[in-house]
Design a binder for this molecule. Structure first.
Ligand code: FEO
Length: 578
């Protein structure tokens, strides 16, 4: 059964925008999917194109379990729908897969309706929840492999999955149905009517983007969790916390996680991102830095200093080529011991970066910065101080800082690779001529730009073009499917100023458009006034090609400023760089 219920509290115009869907997904198993059609911000994975969903599940054995709840914005809609399907007072177990508020936002409401419910989750999750809701409740800690028998064959088994993407994550497998409840893992921000993954092509870009933002920084933990999943019997359905559930493409989509994580962990160069998890901004900011590093092909180890033993910290830091240290007020005490360990093994030739979240004294971070420099480490990006609630631009800044660190670490490797190319082939490749373009894009409060030469018209109907964008370009995160950008064509004999400006190395988070004449396009992406022509484009698809993304886009509108002028061309001598 599938039912869509509109929120009566919403106006007519908005009625469709916050809905809930109820669907039977397996015997005795019902999903309540809160559909958030218009959500377009989600921290590090900002700029959602397709909204999101928060999926909750009821399992009816002889005992009843509720797996996760919903976002608080769905309070009345979710609770009314829950009551229509079950008497909440009869719920025996509330399974907490992960404590972020988009899934646990209504835990207090469930406790009020089901005072005898036992809340089950990992030790960290239950600790965090206790601090959050300030009221006593019955609880049961589940370790990896622990089981709860609901009766009627529904034996639930916990699969520990720490750091996917918070330290408290737990998956739950139901032996009675072959359903694996995964919350954030194998999810995507994609809101649509079908309960399942019927349209793989439609969901694939969002599935990948979500992995890159939230799971990629913890690729090693992904592989560890998947190893535990391998010990389970057949998984028929992945009942995730966001987007359509996986039923038709379970093998392919879970296989993607394995492949992407393997690719990321096999990088020869590694960086460690050391932080103290606060179940909030420090985690996300650290993930944003890690995401930026990964774009360069450097493998990342996320190290939660509160949860990693000192011997492991010592080994990871001593083996890494780059060290990022994130401090926060909460971290001071814990960090002191770990810090001495890090300082004891940090060495010359390593690159480092420091950020502080909500710290009070600039001195402590300055001191830390100087200590690293005194040890002979190279700063990869200027210290980052986050003083207020992070915005999209803060996450973008962290992402770009991570990329700077990754590029610094890869520099030697890149030069070696360039030298290894056959010289004649290199010269022949250099004869492929290109144009000179500036791509500009804006999403929310983040703007970026890039000088491009690998641009080609690719289709007539519709008018379409392709652009190769290196994976470590900041603008890459603004060129996902559905995003809009402007392609500015530079003019022959009149491009030096613009080219030199956009060729500059910008500091993380720097305004690329300072001192440049621009006009707004319909999408908000800047049009360069001094360019010869511009086209407003929409990204249709992306193809992964080793170190680049090939972005295919339709050209929706455009104009030329000088009828007789020619486009600038770009001739190279070799093909091993731009
Ligand atoms: Fe969907 Fe990490 O919460």
């Amino acid at each position: 059964m599938v039912a869509a219920v509109a929120n009566p509290a919403n106006s007519e115009a908005k009625a469709r925008r916050l809905t809930i869907q109820v669907s039977e997904i397996a015997p005795d198993t019902t999903t309540l999917r809160s559909l958030d059609w218009d959500r377009d911000r989600f921290d590090i994975e900002f700029g959602l194109q397709n909204g999101t969903t928060y999926n909750s599940y009821i399992i009816r054995g002889e005992k009843i379990a509720l797996v996760d709840t919903s976002h608080a914005k769905f309070r009345s809609l979710y609770l009314d729908t829950l009551k229509a399907n079950i008497d909440p007072a009869t719920i025996d177990y509330l399974v907490i897969s992960h404590t972020e508020p988009d899934h646990s936002g209504l835990v207090s409401d469930i406790l009020a309706l089901a005072p005898n419910v036992t809340v089950v989750g990992t030790k960290v999750a239950l600790q965090f929840l206790s601090d959050l809701i300030h009221q006593p409740f019955k609880q049961q800690i589940l370790k990896n492999g622990d089981q709860i028998d609901l009766g009627k064959g529904h034996i639930l088994q916990s699969v520990s999955a720490p750091n996917l993407h918070w330290p408290d994550t737990m998956l739950t497998y139901d032996y009675g149905t072959g359903v694996l409840f995964t919350c954030d893992v194998f999810g995507m921000h994609y809101c649509n009517e079908p309960t399942f993954d019927e349209d793989l092509k439609a969901i694939a870009p969002d599935y990948r983007f979500y992995y890159d933002c939230l799971m990629g920084p913890n690729a090693r933990s992904v592989l560890a969790a998947m190893k535990r999943m391998d010990e389970l019997p057949k998984i028929d359905i992945i009942a995730n916390g966001h987007g359509p559930l996986l039923r038709y493409n379970v093998v392919e989509l879970t296989g993607n996680y394995r492949k992407w994580s393997q690719d990321q962990t096999k990088g020869e160069t590694t960086a460690v991102v050391c932080y103290v998890s606060d179940y909030g901004y420090s985690d996300r900011l650290s993930q944003a830095i890690a995401k930026g590093i990964i774009k360069t092909g450097v493998a990342v180890e996320m190290v939660d200093l509160k949860a990693t033993d000192l011997q492991e910290v010592r080994e990871l830091v001593s083996q890494a080529s780059g060290v990022v240290l994130c401090t926060s007020p909460e971290s001071h005490e814990t960090a002191q011991t770990a810090l001495s360990t890090i300082m004891g093994v940090a060495k010359e030739k390593q690159a480092f970066g420091i950020y502080e979240a909500f710290g009070g004294e600039d001195q402590s971070i300055d001191l830390l910065n100087n200590k690293f420099k005194d040890l002979g480490l190279t700063p990869a990006f200027p210290m980052i101080r986050v003083r207020e609630q992070p915005h999209e631009s803060t996450y973008q800044l962290c992402d770009e800082a991570g990329t700077d660190l990754g590029q610094l670490l890869k520099r030697k490797e890149t030069i070696k690779q360039m030298k290894a190319i056959d010289a004649e082939l290199d010269k022949a490749l250099g004869r492929i001529a290109g144009g000179l373009y500036i791509i500009t894009a804006a999403k929310g409060e983040v703007k970026s730009a890039m000088l491009a030469s690998w641009v080609a018209q690719t289709s007539f109907k519709p008018l379409g073009l392709s652009i190769a964008v290196a994976k470590d370009r900041a603008i890459e995160s603004l060129m996902h499917v559905g995003d809009r950008f402007v392609l500015n064509v530079l003019e022959e004999g009149n491009y030096t100023k613009l080219m030199q400006h956009f060729l500059k190395r910008f500091a993380p988070g720097a305004d690329r458009f300072e001192g440049v004449k621009t006009q707004a396009s319909t999408s908000g992406s800047p049009i360069l006034t001094d360019a010869l022509a511009f086209m407003e484009c929409t990204v249709v698809s992306r193809m992964e090609c080793s170190d680049h993304w090939i972005v295919y886009a339709t050209a929706d509108a455009g104009r030329v400023s000088k009828a007789d002028a020619l486009s600038a061309t770009h001739h190279r001598k070799v093909g091993n760089h731009y």
